[in-house]
Design a binder for this molecule. Structure first.
Ligand SMILES: Cc1cc2nc3c(=O)[nH]c(=O)nc-3n(C[C@H](O)[C@H](O)[C@H](O)COP(=O)(O)O)c2cc1C
Length: 458
């Protein structure tokens, strides 16, 4: 991208100049003053009509070109220009990259590069400034109740770019203690007729140490930009709120969650598992507004078993304790992300009890599903190749999850609120995730009892 832009810049100038008429060239590069004596110019013949017409034409073409560039820049980089982003970029990416994972990396890389050149997609104006979409979460007033969910930016490479899209919450991760490759490729499949995905990434991660360094550098670069310096003391100032921004998102009115998990090859005993989560907290919580405990990815064997009340209480209690020890003035909130498949009332009751007993601040309902929901619209028959795709192992995400998300959020809200009196505490926070595709659906999930919604596949 960068070399292409550079080539464009260096080529554009000579071509423009070569094609410019001599008179236009004189306008661009007037002769040095001593050579332009008044006597000389008074003896020069007047411009002919055809010369004037050509000057006018050149000016018109130049102005039109500049205007088109300006309008193009403003529309293409506007997050609400959905005609382009949804109807052109997405089909184009699918065409260029038959492998969904490659398209994903290309998208993230493009976001990063465009941001470096100031050409990133962003929310223009301040549509949330009236405050009618504002929500209060963990004591922070957020601009709006919409965020992106985990898995888009597993290595915390583009949190700023994602926040610029307009949402008030971004979740980076899942991150595990030691680097791990995840499952063999291909491991991401598009069900195009359903706008859905099946993935079996298996928590591929660069590991907590590496991501922590990246997050630390991000804070120091921010400190440098706001004139606080770029050393450890500058980092401390930002994290302790002296720059007036939340320590995770680094943007007023927005938050950043960091999601943590366990390594695939960690022994199954609960002490080893707890150690994994605590290791991630120790490395990463300094840079997070919210720590999210992932016990619900379907692609790490045995992970979902950790949602049983006993092990879950142990893990969450340990994470809450470690998070309280974060070397920072304010401590991150803690949430747990649960699966939409463990949805019997006994399971929901057990998870809610673990939430109250451990002292975590909230729950994300839910994740991808192991089930294969009926296609939409109801009665639609999938083409044969998509029927085959549905047999791929992995977690399914997309619009077909929506109704289940609403129902599950409602049940978690009811079940959690039953503990309010007993625990004499503030209501637990709920984020809804799964199949949310538009504003109307977001509102439905919020009305079912969620405080925020998160979006990925849409
Ligand atoms: C390719 C892909 C990777 C994902 N990776 C993670 C992950 O690392 N951790 C996690 O908790 N959820 C992960 N998810 C699940 C999403 O965060 C989200 O909960 C789920 O896709 C349902 O929401 P959606 O229908 O809006 O996509 C992933 C989803 C996809 C499609």
């Amino acid at each position: 991208m960068s070399s292409a832009l550079r080539q464009l810049r260096f080529r554009a100038a000579p071509i423009a100049l070569r094609s410019a008429r001599p008179s236009f060239r004189r306008q661009l590069f007037p002769l040095p003053l001593p050579l332009q004596s008044t006597r000389q110019s008074s003896t020069q013949p007047h411009k002919t009509d055809s010369q004037l017409v050509s000057i006018f034409k050149n000016a018109l073409v130049g102005t039109t070109f500049a205007l088109l560039l300006a309008v193009g820049y403003y529309t293409v980089t506007d997050t609400r220009f959905t005609t382009l982003h949804r109807h052109i970029v997405v089909p184009l990416l699918r065409y260029i990259y038959p492998d969904g994972e490659e398209a994903h990396h290309a998208g993230n890389n493009a976001m990063k590069k465009l941001h470096q050149f100031g050409l990133h997609i962003r929310e223009r104006g301040a549509p949330d400034a009236q405050g009618d979409l504002a929500v209060t979460v963990f004591g922070h007033t957020l601009w709006n109740p919409v965020g992106t969910s985990a898995g888009i930016d597993k290595g915390a490479e583009v949190p700023d770019e994602l926040l610029l899209l307009g949402g008030a919450y971004v979740e980076v991760g899942g991150i595990v203690p030691r680097p791990q490759e995840g499952n063999a490729r291909p491991r991401l499949f598009r069900v195009v007729s359903q706008n859905a995905l099946i993935n079996r990434f298996g928590l591929n991660s660069e590991g907590a140490d590496r991501v922590a360094v990246r997050l630390r550098n991000r804070v120091r670069e921010f400190a440098h930009r706001v004139g606080l310096g770029s050393d450890a003391e500058a980092e401390r100032k930002v994290l302790d709120g002296e720059a007036g921004v939340p320590p995770g998102s680094l943007v007023p009115g927005k938050l950043m969650g960091v999601q943590i998990g366990k390594n695939k090859d960690t022994p199954d005993d609960i002490d080893s598992v707890v150690k994994d989560y605590v290791y991630c907290v120790d490395k990463l919580s300094r840079y997070a507004d919210v720590i999210v405990v992932n016990v619900s990815s379907p692609n790490t064997e045995g992970l979902r078993d950790l949602q049983a009340q006993g092990p879950l209480t142990k893990i969450l209690t340990a994470v809450v304790k470690a998070t309280k020890a974060t070397d920072r003035k304010t401590k991150p909130a803690v949430m747990v992300k649960v699966s939409p498949d463990e949805d019997s009332q006994v399971q929901v009751d057990g998870i809610c009890q673990a939430i109250w007993d451990s002292g975590v601040d909230g729950v994300i309902v839910g994740n991808t599903t192991k089930q294969r929901p009926a296609p939409l619209p109801l009665g639609y028959e999938l083409p044969d190749e998509e029927k085959e795709l549905m047999k791929e192992t992995g977690g399914y995400s997309g619009p077909q999850l929506f109704n289940r998300t609403v129902n599950l959020v409602r049940r978690y809200r009811q079940t959690l609120d039953q503990g309010l009196e007993k625990h004499d505490a503030a209501p637990k926070v709920i984020f809804g995730s799964g199949g949310i595709t538009n504003g109307k659906q977001a509102l439905e999930v919020l009305n079912a009892g969620a405080d925020m919604v998160q979006i990925y596949t849409a």
